[in-house]
Design a protein around this ligand. Sequence first.
Ligand SMILES: C[S@@+](CC[C@H](N)C(=O)[O-])C[C@H]1O[C@@H](n2cnc3c(N)ncnc32)[C@H](O)[C@@H]1O
Length: 204
Amino acid sequence: MNTNRWNRIRYTFYAPIYDWIVQSFNTSRKRSIQLLQLKTGERVLFVGAGTGEDLQFVPEGVEITAVDITPTMVEHIRRKAELLKRPVQVSVMDGQALELPSESFDAVVLHLILAVIPDPIACIQESARVLKPDGRIVVFDKFLPENEQPSLLRRIANVIAHFAFSDINRKLESIVVTAPLNLLHEEPAVYGRFGYKIALYQKS
Ligand SMILES: C[S@@+](CC[C@H](N)C(=O)[O-])C[C@H]1O[C@@H](n2cnc3c(N)ncnc32)[C@H](O)[C@@H]1O
């Protein structure tokens, strides 16, 4: 059921109320983007950018590109960029097959996308591909600890969670190990007891 087509349908439906649903994540968004230490003139890519709630936390002078598979979300990003008076390159694009040149970004932001996108390994590999050497990736999402197996109850709950919003049983390390990335820092995020965390990586 987790396909690009289904994601487009459900996120088109969520788009008008999305900012209200995710407002409690803002402290973690801000912290995550701060960890990137973005500098004037650097280029940052947001994959699965949603309504663009992250844009407000990007320092002035940083060049922003934001992509999402859902056209309605992309429209929201455009409007938010206008409100913030920030130039943002926005496109409808699949985060599993980025139509962007290799080694063209200083940083990639993966907020609440690795647990949503159908193929998170393709997404992390594509994100690493478009990063310049030594570029950084920051991930903010919920994951199952690597050494934990989901309980029967959690697996049953995931049938609904996966259908409605995102997979609650993905493991971050198993995804990231497939890309040329080194972990620089990791910390619990808001709702840390539910597995939400922030992790910063550098391209090796
Ligand atoms: C939970 S929302 C997260 C949005 C945003 N990153 C945030 O932090 O609020 C997931 C987003 O991923 C997008 N998405 C799902 N599959 C995608 C894909 N294959 N490529 C790009 N975006 C995708 C959805 O349209 C949705 O906007």
